[in-house]
Design a protein around this ligand. Sequence first.
Ligand code: PLP
Length: 370
Amino acid sequence: MNQLENLKAQGLYRTRRIIDDKSVINFCSNDYLGLAKNETVIAAFKNAADFYGVGSGSAHLICGHTKAHHLLEEELAEFTGRERALLFSTGYMANVGTINALVGRGDSVFEDKLNHASLLDGGLSSGANFKRYPHADLPHLEKLLSKTCGEKLIVTDGVFSMDGDVAPLRELAELAKQYHAQLMVDDAHGLGVLGKTGGGLIEELNLTPDDVPILMGTLGKAFGTFGAFVAGSEMLIETLIQSARTYIYTTALPPAVAEATRASLKIIIAETWRREKLQALISQFKAGAAQLNLPIMPSDSPIQPILIGDSFRTTQLSQQLLDAGFLVSAIRPPTVQKNKARLRITLSALHDFDDVARLLETLDRLNGST
Ligand SMILES: *Cc1c(COP(=O)(O)O)cnc(C)c1O
């Protein structure tokens, strides 16, 4: 059997779904605050496109770094309470470039087994000793740290993207200090969503930049736009500008995307109702799912996975949900471990309580059938 046939036989073949049908309710977008289609954000994008054009024209270090990018970086630095922030064209590139700029051969990088693929790829490609610890297993990590000499970097997701649970960040920060390791957090799913002002997991846990010196965030999720950033000290950002290859050797984000993101950042800070509504929807979903005995996972975030196990069954349920008018993605290996295929439901501040109630009813009906 060739490789593609093999994937099909295991129920792991991936296909793309063309999204254009407005008649389904989307429960798989990472647009947690409903900003991707926000009028103010769209207007900022259009105005900036009129002024700057569509493309940035070159990399940041050539002539692609506009005032729009620069102001956004300053505003992101202020938002995250850090000296500086640096824009990257995608989160994938931010993670690969940052880890590669910070560690290399002879150093060691420690990663949670459930970290996002871009963090794992960054660690693997850096040439540093690559050590993965079981999910959130602090004693295991401590054992690894205590046995390692030289430069150390601990890297973790803030909110885990396929499970929805959060990293034990306070304890990780303590371990990092104790063992003189650097600590980097990818808060792609926490920024905008967690914390009083949307500052993410670090704000939620009352931690400081000193506890978590390297913060990475994406703009394609709660911000509703595109791109990513790293925030931290002056020295960190200058190091990245000099040596992060995925920063240096790629075209800058379109400036209109930067302007749209500035508009969405203002909304994230000001419109606390979006976070409150989202939390209310999460509570409603969790309580309803528990009552129906649906196999939910321990998550308080807008990522609410339903653990199915079998890959074929998960794909079938996703299709049946679509037939019923709900867009819910099937997540299968190798994105998650073998036999841990799941439906990944994501909630958004723009959902109605009625949407969630109907999704729960449908899940209950399908769960009882095969
Ligand atoms: C989405 C995501 C990324 C990648 O960000 P992109 O901007 O989509 O490349 C990185 N880390 C985590 C945890 C993510 O969820």
